[in-house]
Design a protein around this ligand. Structure first.
Ligand SMILES: C=C(O[C@@H]1C=C(C(=O)O)C=C[C@H]1O)C(=O)O
Length: 363
């Protein structure tokens, strides 16, 4: 083992994030009671964790990164793993900041154009479902404060996975509710997460659970993930359809599980399942081609696989939704939703507005 372990007792784990130079690559992960922070790229073969990311469209663009320094917090116990020289972690109060953001210009006209294109493809039978998205830009008079945003994301979204990847020049961060694939030895799990209602209009989610359009949209995702899992693993099972309750929305969720003794790696699984019809569409090739041509921006990390693997190769890969890219005082946020026959342009736009709140409420 080239890593040395030291016990820490930080009042705020974000002090670890802060301890590294702005030019160091860093990643942050919070989910299922665990916090993992990595800093300073390393080529050590025996890192305790590795961080994975993949581009949304370009499957060749992906990386599995190891770091020199790790902060790991599980069940209240904190460890610092380092290879080389330890860095002193100073304890400071990390204040919650309120950013004074300038309103974005309305993009409804371009949303309507994209919506019309997609609905034409759906109505002519070329596709069953296509997930359209928006990119919005915001400016703050001061640089955005990443630790403050991460803290707010964790406080408001305990059910989500909060993540950040800082490549030394910009930060991609968010609070995603959606597991693309989780692996615990031979046990594989994926979420079919599609179908959304705002809590403001459907306070207990019962309208969503009974809604035929949302259920049909959801069923497309379940079928695709289940069929794909069946091609690669045994004992594929699906849970009952149920609600996932988040801060501002409910989603329809079905858990899909399988046993894989054939030793496909977690990252193989991620590349195999991505993009599910929850983020791309069905058929996938038709949806991706249309999105590439007409969405009007490059998705990059948005809706793309991103996650953490331990030294045994077990871990969790989520999709980078409810997310934003931040560079200094500029922020670009993303939100999308699935379009199917019967979708309404204004209602879908409103759904993306509610999804954007995950990021906007953390600023
Ligand atoms: C595309 C996004 O979310 C996805 C789309 C959903 C939907 O259309 O109902 C629900 C959850 C996610 O799979 C997003 O948040 O940007």
């Amino acid at each position: 083992m080239t890593y040395i372990e030291k016990t820490l007792q930080l009042n705020d784990p974000l002090n670890f994030w802060q301890a590294f130079d702005q030019s160091d690559d860093r990643f942050f992960w919070y989910g299922q009671g665990k916090i993992i922070i990595g800093a300073g790229i390393s080529d050590e073969p025996d890192a305790p964790y590795r961080f994975y990311w993949q581009d949304f469209f370009d499957s060749e663009k992906k990386e599995l990164l190891s770091f020199k320094h790790y902060f790991v917090m599980t069940e209240g116990r904190q460890s610092y793993y380092y290879s080389g020289k330890a860095v002193e972690i100073l304890e400071q109060e990390i204040p919650l900041k309120q950013h004074d953001i300038a309103e974005e210009v309305s993009d409804y006209a371009s949303w309507q154009r994209l919506f019309d294109r997609i609905m034409t493809a759906i109505q002519s039978g070329q596709a069953e479902k296509i997930v359209a998205s928006r990119q919005l830009s915001y400016t703050s008079p001061e640089d955005f404060d990443i630790p403050s945003i991460l803290k707010k994301l964790m406080l408001s979204n305990p059910e989500n996975f909060v993540f950040a990847f800082d490549n030394g020049s910009e930060t991609f961060l968010g609070a995603s509710p959606e597991i693309l694939v989780q692996k615990e030895n031979s046990a594989i799990l994926s979420y079919a997460l599609a179908g959304t209602a705002s809590k403001a209009s459907d306070p207990d989610g019962q309208m969503l659970l009974a809604d035929p359009k949302n259920k049909a949209e959801h069923a497309i995702v379940v079928k695709k993930i289940r069929d794909k899992m069946q091609a690669k693993a045994q004992q594929v099972s699906t849970s009952e359809l149920h609600l996932m309750s988040l801060k501002n929305v409910f989603h329809l969720r079905t858990l899909i599980q399988a046993e894989d003794d054939a030793t496909s790696s977690l990252t193989d699984w991620a590349s195999f399942l991505h993009p599910t019809p929850a983020l791309g569409g069905e058929p996938s090739d038709v949806a991706l081609k249309l999105l590439k041509e007409h969405e009007g921006y490059e998705r990059g990390h948005y809706a793309a696989p991103l996650g953490v693997l331990d030294s045994e190769g077990n871990g969790t890969i989520i999709v980078g939704i409810r997310s934003a890219t931040i560079k200094d005082n500029q922020l670009t946020a993303y939100a999308g939703c699935g379009l199917v026959a019967g979708s309404d342009c204004q209602a879908e736009f409103d759904e993306t507005q509610v999804k954007l709140k995950t990021i906007l409420e953390a600023l």
